[in-house]
Design a binder for this molecule. Structure first.
Ligand code: SF4
Ligand code: SF4
Length: 283
């Protein structure tokens, strides 16, 4: 089963929910926690370890200057502005290249070949015997986050229980993370901005046809607007985490608040079971 944890905006506590859920479920079953927030992965801070890391590559064009006659066709073709053909040179801007391969096919002289270029890394660690942590890190200035997210997801293929921590928002990297998941937990706060962003996230899960439930984080008890929205959309509120100085203090020190707290561990275990029900899944 693949459980995505997402949020319409940053700072809602999405990563904390994903980490606590992974910790609770891994007491009984092998769990993989996949950090798909590749521009800012942070799950490895909750679960320090000794990762194995490899490069993630994308294919970029390599131009044979002995063959090229600077006709300009590749530059005209590239919609991303990654190629500029001058009268005696072809300029290539690798950060703009989306690895579509089109320039290779368009070149009448077959002067373009492919070469690998590192765009990020894939890391895997084993914080404890039942928990595997997989995360991707996009290199600074790179745009192909989807490729690194794809590498993270591929690494989890075949694992029985995967919790995917997506990037915040509703942009392409979030779609890349959520695609193919069985269920989605949407983490929100009970503020007007929180509700607006939750509405967007609910729409995205709906478009992707993924059943979803809501976790209200840092609740001060005035959640009626969020609850009323969830009732209207027939989306269950799966858990409410109160605003609590003790929880905030633990998180400030990088400690998962459910660690060593059997009551919260049980609540996160129940959250996992609720997700299975939503996805009509059993381990
Ligand atoms: S299309 Fe081929 S020949 Fe023309 S400028 Fe590009 S690489 Fe050179
Ligand atoms: S592979 Fe695609 S994006 Fe990259 S330079 Fe060629 S045409 Fe442009």
């Amino acid at each position: 089963m693949k459980i995505a944890v997402a949020s319409g905006k940053g700072g809602t506590g999405k990563s904390t929910v994903a980490a606590n859920l992974a910790l609770a479920l891994s007491r009984d079953h092998p769990v993989t926690l996949a950090d798909c927030d590749v521009e800012e992965p942070n799950q490895h801070l909750f679960f320090p370890g000794d990762p194995q890391t490899e490069q993630v590559y994308s294919s970029v064009p390599e131009i044979d200057t002995e063959v090229c006659n600077y006709c300009g066709k590749c530059g005209e073709f590239c919609q991303y502005g990654a190629l500029a053909v001058l009268k005696d040179r072809v300029l290539f801007f690798p950060e703009l290249c989306h690895s579509c391969g089109g320039c290779m096919h368009i070149c009448p002289l077959y002067a373009i070949d492919e070469k690998d270029r590192s765009i990020g890394t894939l890391s895997v660690s084993k914080p404890h015997h039942n928990l595997r942590l997989v995360w991707g890190t996009l290199n600074a200035g790179e745009v192909l986050s989807g490729k690194v997210i794809g590498a993270v997801k591929e690494e989890t293929d075949g694992d029985s229980c995967v919790i995917l921590d997506s990037a915040p928002g509703t942009s392409c990297p979030v779609v890349a993370a959520l695609d193919g998941c069985d269920v989605c937990i949407l983490v929100t706060e009970s503020t007007p901005f929180g509700l607006h962003d939750l509405e967007l996230a609910v729409s995205l899960a709906g478009i992707l046809n993924i059943p979803s439930g809501v976790v209200i984080n840092r609740s001060d008890g005035s959640d009626e607007q969020v609850r009323s929205f969830c009732r209207e959309k027939e989306i269950p509120v799966l858990m409410t985490i109160p605003f609590d100085r003790g929880i905030a203090a633990k998180q400030g020190r990088g400690i998962l608040f459910s660690a060593g707290d059997p009551e919260w561990q049980e609540k996160f275990r129940t959250l996992g079971l609720e997700c299975m029900k939503l996805a009509e899944w059993s381990l």
